[in-house]
Design a protein around this ligand. Structure first.
Ligand code: ZN
Ligand code: ZN
Length: 276
């Protein structure tokens, strides 16, 4: 074994030790205390709210069983209120979209022509929310019916007043009083499902003209939306929905009895022309 390799192994071991001792070590130092268990994090938050420590000094950082990373941290609101930010990791392919409730200020800004608001065409949704994106076309495309419902729920059920989608992350922000610790576990599950709705990427499918959409894993790899297996586009058992242009395994399409994309009622798939 070379000295360099030994050094790498030793450093690797050190890294693992540091990671294990993270919560404790950070608590003694100046950095925020990082919790990996939601229960312990919530207890820490309750202690800070009771006056023992500062909320901004505790952070939750973990991963769901499907590998998706999760963060919860705090900030201060305009009037010194505690703000909580709950975020999940997404693949890098999602477009940037900022969502907040339409208010008097954003309406005025729009009337003066100062603000560009994305319109999704869903009147109730467009009246209720103010949407911004540096890539409006992609943003509008991402805000399909399922995601709009999901965004609406994040605001109504979980007290969010801001939602941000950006390459690699989906996050909501709320006043801590509007989104108390008892709701966080469910909110994380909600964000996990919402993230899966927007994690699509284009892929060339052998035997079809142009590109089709496929699911995109947290790792950025192309996947079948139904079975979540990796796809290269070169497989000879793929079909694509004629409505939403999503490509999946023929077997997955058949097992689901049509297009497996939520909210799509595609029945007749395109089949690639493959030479034997
Ligand atoms: Zn599949
Ligand atoms: Zn479809």
């Amino acid at each position: 074994m070379t000295a360099a390799l030994l050094l790498v192994l030793a450093l690797g071991g050190l890294g693992a030790l540091l990671l294990l001792g993270d919560g404790v070590a950070a608590a003694r130092g100046r950095g925020p205390r990082v919790h990996r268990r939601l229960g312990a994090f919530v207890r820490s938050v309750e202690r800070a709210r009771a006056g023992d420590g500062r909320l901004t000094d505790v952070v939750y950082q973990s991963a769901l069983r499907n590998g998706r990373r999760v963060w919860i941290r705090f900030g201060l609101g305009p009037r010194g209120s505690a703000r909580v930010r709950v975020a999940v990791a997404t693949c890098r392919g999602v477009p940037p979209v900022g969502v907040r409730l339409e208010g008097a200020l954003s309406r005025l800004g729009k009337r003066l022509g100062r603000r560009e608001d994305i319109q999704t065409g869903d009147v109730a949704f467009d009246e209720r929310f103010f949407l911004e994106s540096s890539r409006p076309l992609d943003g509008r495309r991402a805000l399909g019916r399922e995601l709009r419902q999901s965004v609406d729920e994040a605001f109504r059920r979980f007290g969010a007043d801001r939602l941000h989608l950006r390459p690699g992350e989906l996050a909501v922000e709320a006043d801590l009083t509007a989104c108390p610790p008892g709701r966080w576990r469910e909110l994380i599950r909600h964000l996990d499902r919402a993230a899966a709705l927007v994690e699509v990427k284009p892929l060339r499918i052998r035997g079809l003209e142009g590109e089709r959409d496929v699911a995109c894993g947290v790792d950025g790899a192309a996947r079948c939306v139904y079975c979540r297996d990796g796809l290269s586009g070169d497989e000879d058992d793929l079909v694509a929905c004629e409505r939403c242009r999503t490509a999946v395994h023929a077997e997955c399409w058949d097992e689901h009895g049509g297009c497996p994309v939520l909210g799509c009622d595609g029945r007749a798939p395109e089949r690639p022309r493959l030479r034997a």
